[in-house]
Design a protein around this ligand. Sequence first.
Ligand SMILES: *Cc1c(COP(=O)(O)O)cnc(C)c1O
Length: 389
Amino acid sequence: MKSTLRRTWAEIDLSALSYNYNKIRELTGGDVKFMGVVKADAYGHGAVMIARTLQELGADYLAVSSIDEAMELRYNGITMPVLILGHTPMEQVDRLICFNITQAVTCEAKAREYSSAAVEYGGTLKVHIKVDTGMSRLGYICEGDYFEHGIRGIVDACNMPGLDAEGIFTHFAVSDEDGEECSRYTEHQFKLFNDVADAVERERGCNFRLRHCANTGATVNYPQTHLDMVRPGILLYGYGEHAKALGLRPVMTMKTTVSTIKIYPADTKISYGLTYTTDETARIGVIPYGYADGFFRCLSNRYSVMTSEGAAPVRGRICMDMSMIDLTGKPGVGVGDVVEIFGPDNPIEEMAKMAGTIPYEIVCAVSKRVHRIYMSDGNVVYSEVMLRL
Ligand SMILES: *Cc1c(COP(=O)(O)O)cnc(C)c1O
């Protein structure tokens, strides 16, 4: 790596990704297909490289949130099936068909729009029907009194010209949480989903080719929900308690280097707002990692980064582009030395807890100026920066 790159970078370990992928496939078994969730730039890991790796590993499907994300994959040589989980404007249906992108259908109005746009274009749009079983976000409502109406709407969508209903799916709200109430809720969602899919298949007289519902929590906690395909996101990237339980490896390690070190006397105020005062002579380092890189400002005066000589606490407020760390009593840590913000030696789960959030939000917040350095078997295989250079 050239020294100009050594500001702050995220190491993306593709070996860890394939390790996690293989472990999950071992868990789900041979007949269950695998949809890798690569929305939000693959949870901040870089969608193109993650998708390329999953394609090489033999994954069956990818999931993204928008047509822009789907097109990014197609323009970068990803040929495998891609499902868009969110809405696409009907004016874009021709592109979906042209680039063989699968679209989620979440209600009657959308089904009609997609159908008429596909017919007008003269093609067939592959769709997956989304059932709302209790997440109360997208999908056909089929709960209680809505059941018959929901079934009717879904069957209608399946029979619309220009649509090929390949799949049916739902999404769990609490499959990743412990407790009796959560497992009851999840089991109810799962039963409703199967009841809906069964009823629709009976009415249609044919089966969906793909019935899927298992996000990370369900993939690990509810094996009965694997059905035709699992759909994990965070698990694949190796974060959270479920990843830990399976012995998976974190894919991203955030690193930076110490850019300067100064010695301050006792009673020196540090950074904006003067929120920290040294209590003795202090050796303070500056790291080029701030909230514009994705370092949550609420971690000011609380978080510690990991150095070769142990944890170094953040002193004073985290700034936009920099933060100060306390290197007092760490004479072995000098200018230019690498520190780990989060990674195998400084778990992102702890960082998330401290920031009052979840690992998802931290990896998604890694900003575009942070270089993504892709590693395989310990070697750099590719490096990417998302600035308009
Ligand atoms: C994001 C998402 C997933 C993956 O969720 P994880 O908790 O990361 O496993 C699966 N399905 C849908 C519909 C999603 O939006």
